[in-house]
Design a binder for this molecule. Structure first.
Ligand code: NAD
Length: 478
């Protein structure tokens, strides 16, 4: 017994099996054993979800912002009340330690609350007219039904940012949840159901990602898409959205540089970056990946970082002493192993780790590589796993050039006590988000998004709701 539920589709306010009772197994990455099943939507099910989203949009877009905000806050409270059940599901399906699952669920409630506030701030403008008998104004109106596609690394967080912004704006939404981690998203949607959200405003489906995105994006009912995942898939979906003139938000991959200059508070850099690197087994789009450390500090940095990485306790996320859980599946274990092997073959130095752990579950050692040449695959592809690469630089120009070498531009980090260096890094590192001397990303009230191949649009801060609104202009005489 695992207390893990089978997960149904949620369409038009009803939880139900897929057409033909089709379903897909869900495995616990800590044991590789099947723990439940998730319903696999057919095109007929998706048609019902589309029809429900169209009707839900009519109701929700006419619901007053004040009432939308009240309902969202009620949902946030239900999510908080259900946190213990939901975080256990999350750990069983995703593998992360229970404390991280709990934090993610509670942070989800805070995100809903924050966007509930934004509901009442979607202001238009009055534009001074050229004639005194003309009134010119703009209104912000919801764009329409949304299709959202989200990955397994943060099963609640990836959905709740899209869902909350969409609902705050007055949109309905069809969420395609990750097939690997379906239960905690269902717990999130259940909170809105308990809060009394009208039928059709949220619809939750699951199944084969490619089939569902290819079916939903071209539908004339869908007016906006939002995707979080890898850059290649994002480019494919953005192209499809473009073909059908759909607005899109793309949160894609990264390969975050961390510049540690000679003037840095060295201890702070190591003690904050080690747990941050290995959080969620490194399966985080903003995870620090390329450490660029001043030549004079590099040997000591590698030694301290490696020693701290070696101390991380890896184990089943249900065990309260575990600090790092498994990777999501066998495919990811193979991918990480190949990247590490390739880095060593290319001349990189394996400082710590570099092997899978045991033969049950998808565990991999926290791994540190040093002095890896840029010819290695891992210096060019997003690692998305528990691997830190520590390379050295001789001046800040060289570090900034390396930071900007890749087409990614999501997160970047720096440690320096020199304000001129901090200013240069802020101005010159090409990233959607830069955090200097502390970890300050991903709060509901601050922007969250990338540039270059890491995508476009932001999923946090006051701009996030704009992606779900369109501007209408009215001019009136008399
Ligand atoms: P993947 O590219 O196959 O899938 C990533 C996510 O996108 C999954 O949730 C998947 O269901 C979804 N997806 C894939 N094809 C899709 C399609 N055609 N339409 C809609 N959704 C689709 O990779 P994976 O093996 O699951 O994960 C590994 C890679 O994915 C990583 O290397 C990383 O770059 C990326 N990833 C990024 C994030 C992120 O937060 N940006 C999260 C998870 C995975």
């Amino acid at each position: 017994m695992t207390d893990y539920p089978d997960v149904n589709l949620y369409i038009n306010g009803t939880w139900r099996a897929a057409e033909g009772e089709k379903s897909i197994p869900v495995a616990n990455p800590a044991t590789s054993l099947e723990i439940g099943r998730v319903s696999q939507a057919s095109n007929g099910d998706l048609d019902e979800a589309l029809a429900a989203a169209a009707e839900g949009f009519k109701v929700w877009s006419r619901t007053s912002p004040l009432d939308r905000a009240k309902l969202m806050r009620r949902a946030a409270d239900f999510l908080r009340n259900d946190v213990e059940e939901i975080c256990r599901w999350m750990t069983l399906e995703q593998g992360k330690p229970l404390a991280q699952s709990r934090l993610e669920t509670l942070a989800g409630a805070d995100i809903i609350d924050w966007f509930a506030g934004e509901t009442q701030r979607t202001y238009g403008q009055v534009i001074p007219a050229r004639n005194s008998d003309v009134l010119q104004l703009t209104m912000k109106v919801p764009v329409g039904p949304v299709a959202a596609f989200t990955p397994w690394n943060f099963p609640i967080n990836q959905i709740v940012r899209k869902l909350s912004a969409a609902l705050a704006a007055g949109c309905s939404i069809i969420i395609k949840a990750p097939v690997e981690t379906p239960a905690s998203p269902a717990g999130l949607v259940r909170a809105f159901d308990k809060a009394g959200l009208p039928a059709g405003v949220i619809n939750l489906v699951n199944g084969r990602s490619t089939d569902i995105s290819r079916y939903l994006i071209p539908s004339p009912i869908i007016r906006k898409i939002s995707f979080t995942g890898s850059t290649p898939v994002g480019k494919e979906l953005a192209a499809l959205a473009g073909l059908h003139m759909k607005r899109a938000t793309m949160e894609l991959g990264g390969h975050a540089p961390v510049i540690v200059t000679k003037s840095a508070d060295f201890g702070a850099a190591v003690s904050s970056m080690v747990p941050f690197k290995f959080r969620n087994a490194g399966q985080v789009c903003v995870a620090p990946t390329r450490f660029l450390v001043d030549h004079d500090l590099a040997n000591a940095f590698v030694e301290r970082f490696g020693a701290a990485a070696r101390m991380i306790k890896v184990g089943n996320g249900l065990d309260p002493s575990s600090e790092m859980g498994p990777l999501i599946n066998e495919k990811r274990v193979g991918a990480i192993d190949e990247l590490v092997t390739d880095a060593v073959r290319e001349g990189g130095r394996l400082v710590v780790g570099g092997r899978r752990i045991g033969n049950q579950g998808c565990f991999y050692e926290p791994t540190v590589l040093a002095d890896v040449p840029i010819s290695a695959r891992i210096m060019n592809e997003e690692p998305f796993g528990p691997v830190a690469i520590i390379n050295r630089f001789t001046d800040v120009d060289q570090a900034i050039a390396e930071a900007n070498r890749l087409p990614f531009g999501l997160a970047s980090y720096a440690y320096t006590r020199d304000t001129a260096e901090a200013t240069r890094i802020s101005n010159e590192v090409e990233a959607g988000m830069t955090s200097i001397n502390h970890l300050g990303l991903a709060l509901p009230e601050v922007p969250f998004g990338g540039i270059k191949d890491s995508g476009y649009g932001t999923e946090g801060g006051s701009e996030a709701i704009e992606a779900y609104l369109e501007t209408r202009f009215i001019t009136r005489k008399g």
